[in-house]
Design a binder for this molecule. Structure first.
Ligand code: ZN
Length: 146
């Protein structure tokens, strides 16, 4: 095999791996993650926060944003490893299994962090807001069951 041909094949495999990563990553990751991210955005939209509450939330939001971004980076890295495993095994082998477990772990971590954040947010709400918060959260979390 000539070097340029080998390079071409490596490039092709990398491309296919990236493509597989995007598709598998989407199927595995986006659906559950979108839920909580949407829920978070919705709560921020629906709750009429006072400026005092906004101020209290400032550092809480900043901390959550940093944590979320770190986990999203981890998720991207996990998806790349999954794509590489798929390219290496051409099927459902031990590397793919491990890589999928890894993406689930990161996803679970993000879910936990998001819920922790939601409860931190609840801590600054008044009684009416908290009641509305509970209603929205319960509805969102049970939406799939209906
Ligand atoms: Zn928030």
């Amino acid at each position: 095999m000539t070097p340029s041909r080998r390079l071409l094949i490596i490039g092709l495999i990398a491309f296919l791996a990236a493509l597989a990563g995007v598709f598998v990553g989407r199927a595995l990751v986006d659906a559950p993650r979108a839920n909580e991210t949407e829920l978070h955005a919705m709560l921020h939209r629906e709750l009429k926060l006072t400026s005092g509450q906004q101020q209290k939330l400032g550092p809480i939001e900043a901390q959550f944003k940093a944590r979320r971004e770190a986990l999203e980076l981890e998720m991207r890295a996990a998806n790349i490893r999954l794509a590489q495993a798929i390219a290496a095994e051409h099927g459902y082998g031990p590397q793919v299994t491990r890589a999928i477990d890894e993406t689930h772990e990161v996803m679970g971590e993000l879910q936990k962090e998001t819920l922790k954040h939601l409860f931190a947010m609840r801590g600054v709400l008044d009684r009416d807001q908290a009641a509305m918060f509970d209603k929205v959260v319960v509805e969102a979390l049970t939406a799939d069951a209906r």
